[in-house]
Every structure is written in structure tokens, then in C-alpha cells.
Design a protein around this ligand. Structure first.
Ligand code: GRF
Length: 244
């Protein structure tokens, strides 16, 4: 048996992946994984996933991104930024937005600063716990190097996992199943990967695929995909547990 790893989770919505992970940690669960969930954080208040966590007796917290970003739009003072925030360093590392002539440097700066303010609040909650792994279970925010470097303290040792609703490297971004469906793919799938400085670019841990039959709707694709996600995510967390 692997050691029991300590897992933190972040969500944004319904939390069906979170539920699958919670269920797989229960004693006697088929395919029981060697993990204990210490907390569930959300970027959005009032979502169903928070209720799922509370029902399972898991500590929860909310960092309300929408409210923070609204406040930042009124202006960001240097004093609002985390004391260890270094814009030059983050600009050099980040691979989320590019100066392509479309996105102005001011917008990129606003993006990185406003996210670091929110990420510092996430970190204040997260780093109060000793965790081995942070699991993004339908967390619909990208994370900047400011956040990532404070979790991945040993270079090359990834400690943040994400699930993506497509067979990466195809269809990164927020609507993997929608993009798969609209492209006319005959196979869809999901990917669990480690988080690096890009969007959906980190090393792949596991993938599962499903057939898209003639007549399948987008809703069918999403349902088939989620069913695969619920199997894949616990299996990938277990793989991590066995590797540490
Ligand atoms: C999943 O499809 C996941 O791949 C994506 O967001 C969705 C979250 O669903 N990142 P849920 O909140 O786990 O039900």
C-alpha cells in the first residue's frame, strides 16, 4: 500500500469530479485510493461542489475571483499586491498570454496583477495545510507562475494536477467537449495532466477516450466524457500516491 497522500482540492462548480474523488477515498470503496482530502476551495460562492465537500466533512473556503477582479478594475495600488510579487519575473515565466499586438501590455499586466491578488488569498488558505498534491477538479481559472511556484517548490516536481475535457494536446481552453463535438471528431476524451506555466500544457498523467456515435448531441458527448473523468481522476491521484 502507498502512503496516504494529503490532497487539497479547488473547484468552481458542480463538483462531480470532486464527488468521484471523495467516494474513492472512502474505506472499502472499489478502487479505493490512498488519499485524504484536507480542503475544498472555490473561486465562486454557493456552488454545489462546496456542499458536496461539507457533506463529506471536508473543510471549505471561497476566494471570490469575480468580486476581486471587479475591485481591481477600479485600480490596483502597489500596496494591494502580495509583498513577494515580482512582475518582471512573472512576465518572463508566464505562458498564458502573449504580446501578440492584440493584447496590450497594460492588459497583460492587469491580468497578472489581479490574478496574483486572488492567488495570494488562495495561498493563504492552502498553505495553512500540509499537502502533497493540489487537485483542480473543475477549477475554471488559470493559475499564474506566482501561484504555481509557491506550490511547486522543487523544480521538476509537479504538485498541481488538472483534468481537461479533451484529449490534449487537442482542444485546450475552456470548452474541450464543445470544441471536440463541433470539430466533428469521432472520438472524444479527457486528460489528467500536471499544471505548468502554460494553459493545459503540462505533462500528461492519464487519458481516457470514448466513441462519438452518429446522432450524439453535445450533451451526449459531455455525459460520456464526465463518466470517463470520474474513473480517470481517482486513478491518476492513486498513480501519484504510489510514486511519492
Ligand atoms: C469537467 O468537465 C472538467 O473536465 C472541466 O470542468 C468540468 C467540471 O465538472 N475542467 P465538475 O464540476 O467536476 O462536475
Amino acid at each position: 500500500m502507498a502512503k496516504i497522500i494529503r490532497v487539497g482540492t479547488l473547484i468552481s462548480g458542480g463538483g462531480t469530479n470532486l464527488q468521484a474523488i471523495i467516494d474513492s477515498t472512502a474505506a472499502g470503496a472499489p478502487g479505493k485510493i490512498d488519499a485524504k482530502i484536507l480542503f475544498t476551495g472555490s473561486d465562486t460562492p454557493g456552488v454545489k461542489g462546496l456542499e458536496r465537500a461539507r457533506t463529506a466533512g471536508i473543510h471549505t473556503f471561497v476566494v471570490d475571483y469575480a468580486r476581486i477582479i471587479r475591485a481591481c478594475k477600479k485600480g490596483i495600488d502597489d500596496a494591494d499586491l502580495p509583498s513577494d510579487f515580482n512582475l518582471g519575473e512573472i512576465l518572463e515565466k508566464q505562458q498564458l498570454v502573449t504580446s501578440d499586438g492584440v493584447t496590450s501590455p497594460d492588459r497583460i499586466e492587469f491580468f497578472l496583477k489581479s490574478r496574483a491578488i486572488a492567488e495570494k488569498m488562495l495561498l493563504d488558505h492552502i498553505l495553512a495545510h500540509e499537502i502533497d498534491l493540489l487537485v483542480l477538479a473543475g477549477f475554471m481559472r488559470v493559475l499564474t507562475p506566482y501561484f504555481i511556484d509557491r506550490l511547486n517548490r522543487i523544480p521538476g516536481q509537479y504538485r498541481i494536477m488538472n483534468i481537461h475535457p479533451a484529449l490534449l494536446p487537442s482542444f485546450p481552453g475552456t470548452d474541450g467537449y464543445g470544441d471536440t463535438f463541433r470539430y466533428g471528431c469521432k472520438v472524444g476524451g479527457c486528460t489528467v495532466h500536471f499544471v505548468d506555466y502554460g494553459e493545459d500544457t503540462g505533462p500528461i498523467i492519464g487519458q481516457k477516450a470514448f466513441d462519438i456515435e452518429p446522432g450524439d448531441t453535445l450533451a451526449d458527448v459531455k455525459r460520456k466524457g464526465l463518466e470517463k473523468e470520474w474513473e480517470l481522476y481517482p486513478a491518476c491521484i492513486q498513480q501519484f500516491a504510489e510514486s511519492v
